[in-house]
Design a protein. Structure first.
Length: 224
């Protein structure tokens, strides 16, 4: 069936980036489970050995339900598939034996969204960010980045980016990092799915190029 697709663009620097709209997703478990606080602290500590050292996440800004954890997740999708549940603000990486690694995400404002099935065409550590021409037209102050913004903590793509293609074409839709933990669980940007840098690094290390990705916008959405 045809893929649901709406106009979206990558976000401006101040707002960050992210993807999707609200609604209710069928068949996706969203109930959080308890976990040891020390595990959360280990997951979200500082990463001083990165190319650009990453500070620890302020856990007061990252709600417990959006912190990374392994959950029960029965699905017909094969292990390695990524499923984005935009209504509930979760990303699931399907594992073996009915399990998934679940991450909290921030998503895009209504009107800057994409849904359907695609593939992770490639991955980049500390990527450059190049705003689309349409974004520069709306935000002329971004002209200086027409040829790309150097990587770093202030780069809107953060520490890692996974690039989504559909039918061999770049969707301009990304999974990427952010330093703004308070944005997780919110719809505040134009395009793409945002994870805190510690989580996007974990996902980057687990996900493989060529993996299927399904972005579900609302109940009844199906991947074609």
């Amino acid at each position: 069936m045809p893929i649901t697709r709406r106009l979206f663009l990558l976000s401006g620097i101040g707002a960050g980036l992210s993807a999707c709209v609200q609604g209710e997703t069928e068949g996706i478990t969203a109930d959080p489970t308890g976990s040891d606080p020390s595990v959360f602290r280990a997951n979200y500590g500082a990463l001083p050995d990165e190319q650009f050292p990453i500070p620890a996440v302020d856990l007061k800004k990252l709600k417990p339900k959006y912190r990374r954890r392994q959950v029960d997740f029965p699905t017909a999708e094969i292990p390695g598939t990524i499923i984005v549940d935009t209504p509930n603000r979760y990303l699931y990486l399907v594992l073996e034996n009915g399990q998934a690694m679940r991450y909290g995400v921030g998503i895009g404002r209504d009107g800057f969204t994409w849904g359907g099935r695609g593939r992770i065409q490639y991955k980049r550590a500390w990527p450059r960010w190049t705003p689309p021409s349409e974004m520069i037209d709306r935000q002329p102050e971004l002209e200086k980045y027409r040829n790309g913004m150097e990587p770093g903590l202030d780069n809107p793509l953060g520490a890692r980016a996974l690039y989504i293609f559909q039918n061999g074409q770049d969707t301009l839709y990304r999974l990427h990092g952010t330093q703004d933990a308070s944005s997780i669980g919110k719809a505040v940007s134009s395009g793409c799915v945002r994870l805190v840098n510690q989580d996007v690094i974990d996902l980057f290390n687990r996900a493989r190029p060529g993996a299927s990705i399904i972005v579900r916008q609302r109940a009844g959405d199906e991947a074609a």
